[in-house]
Design a protein around this ligand. Structure first.
Ligand SMILES: Cc1cc2nc3c(=O)[nH]c(=O)nc-3n(C[C@H](O)[C@H](O)[C@H](O)COP(=O)(O)O)c2cc1C
Length: 189
């Protein structure tokens, strides 16, 4: 028990967001172990509503980052109030840094059913629990990544261009994109 606690605390203390990766690919077996960790997390409504898939094709990852950045730039140009536009531009400076990451995990969940939002409004999403389940499962994946020495960083900033991202990623209409997780071997200085 004490051993478990100590290793958990060490793992939690060691984990930090990593944004700088070695170019080496991550092998299939390791990705499967991360997927297993994701699936082991608790999930509202049982094990039906979450999805995590890994993109390892560098061209697809680069395309996603570039098209997201273009959509974000266009969005900024459309903001009529200069100080707000400037704030958003600064806020979004690092949303699309992930073009060269070796692996991108794409986390999505089933949309909150209309009957819930109709019945209880905004809190419907909290009752449905899709986004919170995605957060829990993603943290499980982050810890699993750290446990095998991989670097990772979860990202929601890029969802500012969510329409473009969902289109490029082929997210089914019944689902919604929650976050992306950059993954790879940590770059050693
Ligand atoms: C929900 C969530 C969204 C995040 N979105 C981004 C993001 O869009 N871009 C980014 O570079 N980091 C993102 N991060 C990483 C945070 O910046 C990072 O976790 C925080 O600075 C704490 O650092 P640490 O992870 O090293 O402990 C996000 C983290 C969380 C939990």
């Amino acid at each position: 028990m004490t051993e478990d606690r100590n290793s958990l605390m060490r793992l939690l203390g060691r984990r930090h967001s990593c944004r700088s990766f070695a170019p080496d690919p991550v092998d299939e077996k390791t990705l499967q172990s991360l997927s297993d960790a994701f699936d082991l997390a608790p999930q509202a409504g049982g094990k039906r509503n979450l999805n995590c898939r890994f993109i390892t094709d560098r061209i697809v990852i680069r395309d996603l980052a570039e098209r997201g950045q273009e959509a974000f730039d266009a969005f900024c140009r459309g903001i009529q109030v200069p100080p707000i536009r400037r704030e958003i531009e600064i806020y979004g400076e690092n949303f699309f840094w992930f073009s060269e990451v070796p692996v991108l995990a794409v986390v999505s969940c089933r949309k909150t059913p209309t009957f819930l939002t109709e019945a209880v409004g905004q809190k419907g999403a909290l009752i449905w629990g899709g986004e919170l389940s995605a957060a829990m499962a993603s943290f499980s994946l982050l810890l699993a990544a750290e446990s095998v020495g991989l670097g990772a960083c979860c990202m929601t900033g890029s969802l500012i261009a969510w329409r473009e991202m969902e289109k490029v990623l082929n997210i089914p209409k019944r689902d919604t994109l929650i976050l992306l997780i950059a993954l790879g071997h940590k770059k050693t200085p």
